[in-house]
Write a protein that binds this ligand. Structure first.
Ligand code: HEC
Length: 247
């Protein structure tokens, strides 16, 4: 009988318990960030707005979110660029907190933190240039196709194939003629203008919410970047003594 009562009570409580957990976010932040007082500044404001409580936890705990060197860049200050690593993206409270941190209101709350009248935090550098190591053993045939489908909209990638829409964009043959073509192609996605519309799986940061890609984004895997390199390695460079190739 007593057992039944306990089960009944638990049954009544569990939806409440579940909801209580939805409204509690376990956040891990390094001591250097905690020492600035930023969390004491932003967490009560976030709670007031959303009724979601964020509780700082130590390194060993299973945090729902970690502020540190990994994930999406949020702000810079106290000697580092701080990123959020969302460990439980499907947890309602955590999602709420992540949305808030990247919203205008959340960003302004961080930037307005000025304990001695001096703002301690600034927006992260506009484009963090993450460049991965690219091997030169890619698949040239795949690279030819990738270049055609993903780059030929703007670049001439192959002689006699596709249309050459944007005359001011250097052809792959002109780029190939440059002494540092290899480093340009290894990191093209971090070079203008590609950063604004190119995503490399597991390498680039997502586009900032307030600056979505202006065109249908171009997405490549690192293997595809390597394949493009292998393809470009094998094409005949334009003779830059004959500028007609480009113009
Ligand atoms: C929407 C147009 C567009 C697309 C698509 C595009 N590019 Fe470009 N790319 C450009 C323009 C414009 C430049 C010249 C930028 C400049 O001169 O500042 C350029 C320059 C480059 C450069 C030289 C960069 C430098 O700064 O030296 C490389 C390498 C390059 N593109 C590779 C690629 C590859 C590889 C792809 C396909 C995966 C691609 N691009 C897709 C527009 C584009």
């Amino acid at each position: 009988m007593r057992c039944l009562v306990v089960i009944l009570i638990l049954g009544l409580l569990s939806p409440q318990l579940a909801r209580a957990d939805d409204r509690l976010v376990r956040l891990h932040a390094p001591q250097a960030l905690i020492d600035t007082g930023l969390l004491r500044h932003i967490l009560p404001r976030f709670k007031l707005k959303t009724q979601v409580r964020v509780e700082p936890v130590g390194a060993g705990d299973s945090a729902d979110m970690v502020l540190g060197p990994e994930g999406r860049a949020l702000f810079e200050g106290a000697g580092a660029i701080w990123h959020m690593d969302v460990r439980r993206p499907d947890h309602p409270g955590t999602k709420r907190f992540a949305d808030w941190l990247t919203s205008e209101v959340g960003k302004n709350t961080v930037l307005s933190f000025a304990p001695e009248g001096v703002a301690l935090f600034a927006p992260p550098p506009v484009q963090q240039v993450v460049v991965a190591e690219v091997e030169m053993d890619g698949d040239a045939e795949l690279g030819r196709e990738v270049s055609h489908t993903k780059c030929a909209r703007c670049h001439l990638t192959e002689r006699g194939r596709g249309q050459w829409d944007i005359g001011s964009t250097p052809s792959f043959f002109v780029l190939r003629a440059m002494a540092d073509w290899e480093s340009r192609f290894s990191a093209f996605y971090a070079l203008r203008p590609h950063g604004a519309f190119t995503q490399i799986t597991d390498v680039t940061e997502p586009f900032p919410e307030d600056r979505p890609s202006p065109i249908v984004p171009i997405e490549l895997t690192l293997d595809e970047v390597e394949a493009v390199l292998a393809y470009v390695a094998g094409i005949k460079a334009a003779d830059l003594g004959q500028p007609i190739e480009h113009q």
